[in-house]
Design a binder for this molecule. Structure first.
Ligand code: NAP
Ligand code: F7E
Length: 348
């Protein structure tokens, strides 16, 4: 019997939260993985370092390349060298607040970076490659009715990050329609994990409150407590990316939990788990949370963390993915919080 050929995946953004969970998943599925990392003066592979421990190098199933999606030539060269079956574009300047500070850079990476990858696929005439684009619920932006959002809701982005993702979304659709490339969009709502970057709100809250509990920090300072988000677990969402590329036709998919919380409710869920009883006082930017046991302020607000325009409400309707991909989120927000707390508790 002939050997079954292993699938080859190329992941842009492998060093990020989602890239690392996707690499975990695809290695378990026996893929050969190629990942693109950026050159950095300090280590940026912490999220995938564990892979080196269990990868059997004799099998040659894990490769990293230096690259950057701002650089079209190296992007094309890597794709040409690897000739993958599946390309996952998870690379982006992914921070919404930061996109107000560096809009041009954000557009170059998050919007044009996607175009560069798709152009490389087109120029190289890779007819069989499947392409996944990390689209975002931030594309919905300004939502008029507070209802669950599905694939048919029009986009009204509220940041250059969101606008760049809309460009990338339409570019993927365009390459599908114009050139027949199997290009898909996963419209993923917020997803978190112990591997989340420290300046995203869930990680900032969990890390901060755990450090307060350990006596290492006095308080955390946040922005808008009343923004509503639909928070899932990155591990579940990495699984959806793979399922999207296994579906019989290229399409666009909302991935979410269809449950929502405010930032303030998230603070309360974390503090409850840590046995910290909070009392909220004040209004607007003067709102604060006091730890009833110690009488000390543990959460306050600063306008530095507000955005010039905010996405106030996001809750996703994933019924299409449930029906056709048989995808559902398996990890609840409470389980997500428990895992994030456990991870922070173990830190020295
Ligand atoms: P992340 O942790 O910020 O990871 C982003 C990845 O992109 C990192 O590996 C980063 O490299 C890489 N990257 C940044 N600029 C690059 C460039 N110029 N060239 C090549 N690589 C570059 O983000 P994430 O949470 O894993 O999200 C993955 C993707 O999904 C992103 O596109 C994000 O916008 C999108 N998304 C995320 C969510 C969410 O809630 N997490 C929801 C919807 C969509 P370094 O490690 O060197 O920084
Ligand atoms: O903010 C509010 C903030 O930065 C969530 C990215 O992965 O998900 C993420 O974007 C909410 C916002 O995520 C602070 O104003 C309050 O309303 O954790 P975040 P995000 O902006 O929703 C989408 C789907 C992506 O695609 C993005 O890549 O929390 N908030 N106080 C705060 N946010 C931050 N970061 N820091 C605060 O102090």
């Amino acid at each position: 019997m002939g050997k079954i050929k292993k699938k080859v995946a190329l992941i842009f953004g492998i060093t990020g939260q989602d890239g690392s969970y996707l690499a975990d998943l695809l290695l378990k599925k026996n893929y050969i993985i190629h990942g693109v990392r950026r050159r950095s003066s300090s280590a940026n592979t912490q999220r995938i370092d564990h892979l080196f421990d269990y990868i059997n190098f004799s099998k040659k199933n894990f490769f990293l390349y230096y690259g950057d999606i701002s650089d079209g030539t190296s992007t094309l060269n890597i794709i040409n060298k690897v000739k993958p079956d599946e390309i996952y574009n998870l690379a982006a300047q992914s921070h919404v607040r930061v996109s107000f500070d560096i809009p041009e850079y954000t557009a170059d990476i998050t919007a044009l970076g996607t175009l560069r990858i798709l152009e490389a696929i087109r120029i190289l005439n890779l007819k069989k490659v499947k392409f996944y684009q990390a689209s975002s619920s931030e594309m919905f932006g300004l939502v008029k009715n507070k209802k669950s959002l599905n694939e048919k809701i029009p986009f009204h982005p509220r940041s250059i990050y969101g606008i760049s993702k809309v460009f990338a979304y339409h570019t993927a659709v365009h390459y599908r329609e114009a050139y027949g490339i199997f290009a898909c969009n996963g419209i993923l709502f917020n997803h978190e994990s112990p591997r989340r970057g420290p300046t995203f709100v869930t990680k900032k809250i969990v890390q901060g409150l755990v450090r307060i509990k350990k006596g290492l920090q006095k308080k955390i300072t946040l922005g808008n407590l009343y923004a509503v988000r639909d928070w899932g677990h990155a591990k579940d969402y990495a699984n959806s990316m793979w399922k999207i590329l296994q579906y019989k036709k290229a399409d666009d998919w909302v991935i979410a939990t269809n449950k929502e919380q405010t930032v303030k409710q998230f603070v309360e869920m974390v503090s409850k788990k840590l046995n910290m009883k909070l009392k909220w006082k004040g209004k607007g930017l003067n709102e604060k949370a006091i730890d009833i046991n110690t009488g000390k302020v543990v959460v306050d607000l600063d306008e530095e963390y507000l955005r010039p325009s905010e996405v106030e409400f996001l809750r996703g309707d994933f019924s299409k993915a449930k029906k056709k991909l048989k995808w559902i989120p398996n990890i609840s927000t409470q389980e997500l919080i428990d895992e994030m707390i456990k991870f922070e508790m173990k830190k020295k």
